[in-house]
Design a binder for this molecule. Structure first.
Ligand code: ATP
Length: 661
């Protein structure tokens, strides 16, 4: 994720660009304004008064005041009044525009004639009683309004020009370093450049990534002192790819590398290469490398590189329009080949999906160094908490270790968010320090969403929710291999109406029986509803989704099913489009479906059995929940006794991720 540069000077200069180029077009606005003014003045300059046929016939023609009529373009009749009537009060107004003006020659009146035929018919009829001498002379002429003609072709051109200019400016927005005419800035890369003296992030801001830091330190040494390496003939990797789940600090690490090495840092997201115009991506890649070479030694950071680096040819069947992305990728490959190892440009890239990347991108000589960032463990979380807690006014008694233990499965970004959220919660409560409870509230909020006490829930629904959650709680308390339960709540939060909080142990392996027990605890909610009310509700949707996914994984991926055998249909390369290509035949597909159904049916039966034989505990837990809304491990201990697998109790040194059901 590219962070916006926080440098006000820079952003100002960036913002200034469009205005600067826009200034060149001010004369266009001026010309347009003058033209409009001119047109309106000329059009205003007409002297004839607009009237209707009836007015003409009754007031003018019948009084025999007309000298002649001139029909223009077969559309409009211009009426000239006899000059002898110039002083007649009825016509004085149309003869003189202003007081003291000389009488005008005309036309004095005008009106639209529908068609020539009808006009001639009407005028003949109106003059039926006139003597031949009295009949009005009618002439026909053609006239063209040159201004309107010019505007007719000039305005569309002008409009096209403005639209074009607008598109170009839009495609330039956020870009820097282009300058000049925006029309030629099309293929310029819009990477953000952080100059060496402006980079403020260093390794102090990055916590818990020691191994990754060690790996990138070599790059910093090279950027600072290349001779040390080159004199021994060593080649420095051109590209380093950082792989890890979202929020694990990939962007942060890349920025810290630039900050530590004190070199300029070009930062761009993969998706920014490809815009709506064909060929722009490749040209932006070229431009980025050109600019980087000018600034060498420097770092180019390409975030979300999978946006352009996805395997070529993959997915083309579905999207059809991969050519632009592929040509951008080809250009990136060419550029990475094109610069020498010692040119001082190092490309760092980040992705969440290394398996999607094209093999050519990852081969030695391109992104040959891969650094894997994982979700932080307990100790690393503590370090990250320490970094983000530093700027807060916190309670001195705050136990950071405890906070780290409460946040298994959280990424660095989540922890940063919790620290900020806890400060907001404390401020909302008007506390002068951020305390333990504020952090716990922030964690709950991040895990399960905002508490929604105002959600209207009827007493019957509340009872169903309580029994549902109690079902999860009782089964997970009784089954040994389910992660330890720490809290159950029936206060609605986010989208859920109730939740059970578990503190999973960090295990690298999970047995088939542990999977089954997890499925059983997850179905405990529905089973409890069935045995208590004799009816089931839609509240188990989330549980069913989880159970179905896990069951398919057990059967088709982990080889836990006797009938399917030790076969896995998993594709770790990500090359196969699971949506359209099934790696098994129809018969196996049917068998997988049947086995999944059987597995889920069996564990559901087990859940019903456990709850039926522990109905008293179920009722006690549910009633306590209805009474207190939130119950903790201690309350469950009081009802059901110590958990049989208590040895796993708070093995929180090694937890993995938190689960909610
Ligand atoms: P994405 O894959 O979504 O782009 P990312 O891995 O690039 O995510 P960052 O943008 O680097 O994640 O992290 C987001 C924020 O999380 C950082 O700005 C920082 O505040 C915090 N953070 C993440 N990891 C760490 C860490 N190891 N130490 C300190 N802060 C961290």
């Amino acid at each position: 994720m590219i962070q916006p540069t926080n440098d006000p000077e820079k952003s100002n200069s960036e913002k200034a660009l469009p205005t600067k180029s826009g200034a060149k077009f001010y004369w266009i606005y001026l010309v347009l304004f003058i033209l409009i003014l001119l047109t309106s003045t000329l059009l205003q300059n007409k002297t004839s008064k607009e009237i209707t046929w009836q007015q003409f016939e009754n007031d003018i023609l019948s009084t025999k005041s007309v000298d002649k009529i001139n029909v223009i373009n077969n559309e409009k009749a211009e009426v000239y009044i006899k000059s002898s009537l110039a002083n007649n009060p009825a016509f004085k107004e149309v003869f003189t525009q202003k007081k003291g003006d000389k009488p005008t020659e005309g036309p004095h009146y005008s009106f639209s004639i529908g068609s020539i035929e009808s006009f001639e018919k009407k005028i003949d009829l109106a003059q039926a009683n006139f003597s031949p001498q009295e009949k009005v002379k009618i002439t026909y002429s053609k006239s063209s309004n040159w201004i309107l003609n010019i505007m007719g072709w000039f305005l569309p051109l002008l409009l096209m020009f403005f639209v074009w200019n607008f598109i170009i400016n839009r495609s330039q927005r956020g870009g820097i370093g282009g300058g000049g005419n925006p029309m030629f800035n099309f293929g310029k890369s819009n990477a953000t450049l952080v100059e060496r003296e402006k980079s403020t992030i260093n390794f102090e801001d990055v916590a818990g990534l020691e191994e990754a830091e060690m790996e990138v330190r070599e790059i910093i040494d090279f950027l600072k002192n290349p001779e040390q390496f080159t004199k021994l003939g060593a080649k420095i990797p051109k590209g380093v790819i950082l792989v890890g789940p979202p929020g694990t600090g990939k962007t942060l690490l890349a920025k810290a590398v630039a900050g530590e090495a004190q070199v300029p840092f070009f930062s761009i997201s993969g998706s920014e290469f490809v815009e709506m115009f064909v060929g722009v991506g490749a040209s932006r890649v070229r431009d980025l490398f050109k600019r980087a070479k000018e600034k060498a030694p420097c770092i180019i950071f390409i975030d979300e590189i999978d946006a352009i680096g996805r395997s070529r040819g993959k997915g083309a069947f579905l999207t059809g329009a991969n050519d632009e992305r592929e040509s951008t990728l080809n250009q990136l490959l060419t550029e990475m080949d094109g610069f020498g190892t010692n040119s001082g440009v190092i490309v760092l890239a980040a992705t969440n999906r290394a398996d999607m990347l094209d093999a050519a991108l990852l081969r030695p000589g391109r992104f040959d160094r891969h650094i894997y960032l994982e979700l932080p463990n307990l100790k690393e979380r503590e370090e990250i908490f320490n970094v983000h807690i530093k700027p807060l006014v916190k309670d001195e008694t705050l136990d950071v270790k405890f906070l780290a233990a409460q946040t298994p499965g959280f990424s660095g970004a989540d922890i940063a968010n919790i620290c900020n959220e806890s400060a907001l919660i404390a401020a909302r409560k008007k506390n002068d320090k951020v305390g333990r409870q504020d952090f716990l509230d922030a964690i709950d909020r991040t895990v399960a969403g905002l508490e929604k006490k105002s959600k209207i829930i009827s007493p019957e629904e509340k009872k169903i929710i309580a029994y549902h959650e109690a079902g999860h709680a009782v089964i997970s308390w009784l089954l040994k291999k389910v992660d330890p339960l720490i809290k159950v709540s029936i206060i609605p939060r986010g989208k859920s109406l109730g939740a059970a909080w578990y503190l999973p142990e960090e295990k690298q392996l999970r047995s088939a029986s542990a999977f089954k027990e997890y499925l059983c605890a997850t179905l405990g909610g529905r089973a409890s509803e069935e045995i208590t009310f004799g009816d089931i509700s839609s509240g188990a949707l989330d549980d069913l989704e989880k159970v179905t996914k896990e069951a398919y994984m057990m059967v088709a991926i982990y080889g836990f099913n006797d009938k399917i055998g030790n076969i896995s249909f998993y594709d770790s390369t990500g090359q196969r489009d699971a949506g359209i290509q099934k790696p098994y035949g129809e018969e196996t597909g049917n068998m997988i479906d049947q086995e999944v159904r059987k597995l889920i049916g069996d564990v559901y039966k087990q859940a019903i059995e456990i709850l039926t034989s522990n109905k008293n505990s179920l009722i006690k837990v549910a009633e306590l929940l209805l009474q207190k809304e939130v119950i903790f491990k201690e309350d469950l201990e009081a009802i059901m006794g110590k958990r049989s697998s208590e040895e796993v109790n708070l093995a929180i040194e090694n937890e993995e991720q938190i689960l909610i059901s």
